[in-house]
Ligand binder design. Sequence first.
Ligand code: 1CP
Length: 343
Amino acid sequence: MAQGVTAGAFLAACRRQPVPHRPVWVMRQAGRYLPEYRAVRAKVDFETLTRTPELAAEVTLQPLRRFELDAAILFSDIMTPLQGMGVALDFAPGPHVREPIRTDAQVDALPALVPERDVPFVLDTIRLVRAGVPRGAPLIGFAGAPFTLLCYLVCGKPSKEFGPARTLLYAQPHTAERLLGRLAEAMGQYLAAQARAGAQALMLFESWAGLLAPREFTRFALPAVARTFAALRPLGVPLIYYANQGAALMPAVAGLDVDVVGVDWRCGLSEVRRMLGPGKAVQGNLDPAALFAPPAELKRHVDAVLEEAGEAPGHIFNLGHGIWPDTDPDAVARLVDYVHERR
Ligand code: 1CP
C-alpha cells in the first residue's frame, strides 16, 4: 500500500472526509495475542514495560509491522497517569488500587497531574513511536474517561458490577462529582501533553459506560467527558469517545462535542449513526469473538459491519471492544486485508 494512503485514511475518516479505503485498527492491538509481545513481557513486568519508552514504543509498533493497520495506539494503561498522581496500584493483570478512594478528604488529597513531571516516559514513548512508525501511520493517544477511572479508584479492582463505584453516585453524589471533576482536569492535561508530544488523535475509553442508566450517565459521566474534551478542542486533533455497551446512551452522546464515537457490537452502526446524527463519525464494531469464525465466515461478518456503517464518509473499522488474548494473529491479518480490499 502506498505511503500516503495509509497515513491519511484514518484522520480523514475521523473528520468525515472521503477515504481511498476504509481505515482499520484494533482495540488492544498491542498485547498478549501477539507472540512478539509475549516475548517482551517474558523479560519485564507490565509496569516496567509502560515506563520504559524504548520497550513501550517497540510493543506499540509490533502490530503495525505485522499488519497494514491504519493507526497506532500508544502502549500504556488507563491507570498509568493515576500512578503518576501518587495512586498506589498493582497490575494483576487488571489494576488493583491499594487504598480505594471513597471520601472527600481522599479526593482533595489527589494532586494535580503535571504530565512532563509525573509521566515523562509516556511523552517520550510518543516521540519514539512518531519517529519510527511504519507507513506514516498516525498515532492515537488515549486516557481513561473519568467515570471509568472512578470505577477502579472507588471499587479498587476489576469487577463485573463495580458496586462500590455505582453506590457512590447515589450515596455521596457530591463526592462522586468532585472526584470526576479532578479526573476530568487531570485527563485534559494528560491528553494535551500527549498531543504536544506528537499524538495525532485523542481517545477517551469509557469501558464501563454500560453500567449506568441514561440519567446517571448524563449527570455524572458525560459532563466529565465534555470537560476533558473542551480543554482539547483548541488543539485541532480529532477527538474520539468510546462508550462500551453504550447503545442506550447514544441520544445523550449525540450532544457531546466530539469527532468520533466508538461503539460495541450490541447495536448496529446504522442505528448508532441515526441516533448521533450526521455530524459524528463512528468507530467499530465487530464482536471480538468473530475473529474465531472460519475465514469465509469472518468475511461475511466484516461485510455486515460495513453494510451497517453505510456509504457516508466517517467510519473507522474496529472491533467493538478489545481483542482477546487467545486470538490467532492470522485472523487479524485476514481481517485487516479484507477491510482494505472491500472498497
Ligand atoms: O499482563 C499484561 O501484559 C497486562 C495486560 C494489560 C495490557 C496489555 C493491561 C492491564 N493493560 C494493557 C494495555 C492497555 N490498556 C492498552 C494498550 C494496548 C493497545 O490498545 O494496543 C490500552 C489502550 C489499555 C486501556 C485499558 N486498560 C482499558 C480501556 C480499554 C478496554 O479494553 O476497555 C481498561 C478498562 C484498562 C484496565 C486494565 N488494565 C489491564 C487490564 C487487564 C485491564 C482490564 C481490567 C478489567 O477487566 O476490569
